[in-house]
Ligand binder design. Structure first.
Ligand SMILES: Nc1ncnc2c1ncn2[C@@H]1O[C@H](COP(=O)(O)OP(=O)(O)OP(=O)(O)O)[C@@H](O)[C@H]1O
Ligand SMILES: [Mg+2]
Length: 292
């Protein structure tokens, strides 16, 4: 099957004065069309930076020092208008982590959705309004006309995240980067939002890179998973294989740290400090060898 997204030996650093600080160290990913790929790793591992490379929305201080990102199924997509991420990578959308700060607080939902829909369609205002309503219905918002008239602060967290999901799918992207889309929601809303993302993905065959800290979410949602630490992918494979027989000590350690309802009395073991130290040392050693 054609790959939707290929990341090849990607190295990225952030410029700090004269110094380049390594952030991503030799990332390789190959996502077939229609795969949901979990990207797991602790805070600072580089998950968002990797998403930003794929979306081509890097901060000015970031430098790709080697490697590349390719979209084999979309080689011919227009990508020259550098005004907005949508126009640069029209076939990729983002579902961001924080639904409140990701929406513009001073614009009604209808206006914000309209701005995105106009990038893809040359419709009249009435047609855009109808399209926006339809996209809100698809994310199970029952009163789309009313929601389009509202400001973000008038909606619940779950509703705001549904709006962002509707926006992400509204441009009919072939790839979606979902950057911890449920972390800011409470557990019962999380379940509904995850189900919604999965249903929309199945219907459309979208490829999703799903960034999360939560291995439980990966088990429910993803086909394959990559585990990241210090800008490196330590383990990658089918979710069932990685969960049943993890090959890296860090993966084993993360799996042991998940509370089990079927073994409530077992003591939880956090990721050991010496393992963390060893992984950071390995990352330093990797940098030293690359410089030689
Ligand atoms: N705009 C930026 N400028 C400079 N350095 C940055 C910038 N954004 C992130 N970094 C650095 O890049 C590294 C990776 O950050 P990133 O945000 O990708 O982590 P993450 O895995 O997404 O973490 P989290 O789970 O907390 O979201 C960190 O060391 C961070 O300090
Ligand atoms: Mg992040």
């Amino acid at each position: 099957m054609t790959s939707a997204l290929v990341v090849h030996d990607l190295h990225l650093a952030v410029r700090n004065g004269q110094v380049l600080l390594p952030i991503l160290r030799g990332i390789n990913l190959n996502l077939p069309q229609g795969e949901i790929h979990g990207l797991v790793g602790e805070s600072g591992a580089g998950k968002t930076m990797l998403g930003r490379v794929i979306l081509d929305i890097l901060p000015p201080s970031a430098v790709i020092t080697s490697g590349n990102v390719d979209y084999p199924a979309h080689r011919s997509s227009p990508s020259l208008n550098r005004k907005s991420a949508h126009r640069r990578r029209p076939h990729i959308s983002l579902i961001p982590q924080d639904p409140l700060t990701s929406l513009n607080p001073v614009k009604r939902i209808g206006k914000q959705m309209g701005e995105i829909l106009r990038l893809a369609h040359k419709d009249s205002s009435q047609q855009i309004h109808e399209r926006a309503k339809q996209h809100l219905r698809e994310v199970k918002i029952r009163n789309p006309g009313q929601v389009l008239q509202q400001y973000p602060h008038q909606l619940s967290g779950g509703m705001r995240q549904r709006v962002l999901i509707a926006m992400a799918f509204s441009t009919e992207p072939s790839i979606i980067i979902a950057d911890e889309p449920t972390t800011a929601l409470d557990v019962s809303v999380q379940q509904r939002v995850l189900r919604l993302i999965r249903d929309l993905q199945k219907e459309r065959g979208t490829t999703i890179l799903f960034v999360t800290h939560d291995l439980g979410v990966v088990a429910k949602l993803c086909d394959r998973v990559s585990l990241m630490h210090s800008g490196m992918i330590l383990e990658q494979g089918k979710v069932s294989d990685v969960f049943q027989s993890p090959s890296h000590p860090y993966t084993r350690s993360l799996l042991e740290a998940i509370p089990r309802y079927d073994k409530p009395r077992e003591k939880l073991s956090p990721v050991a400090n010496d393992l963390q130290t060893q992984l950071i040392r390995e990352a330093d050693e990797y940098d030293r060898q690359r410089r030689v």
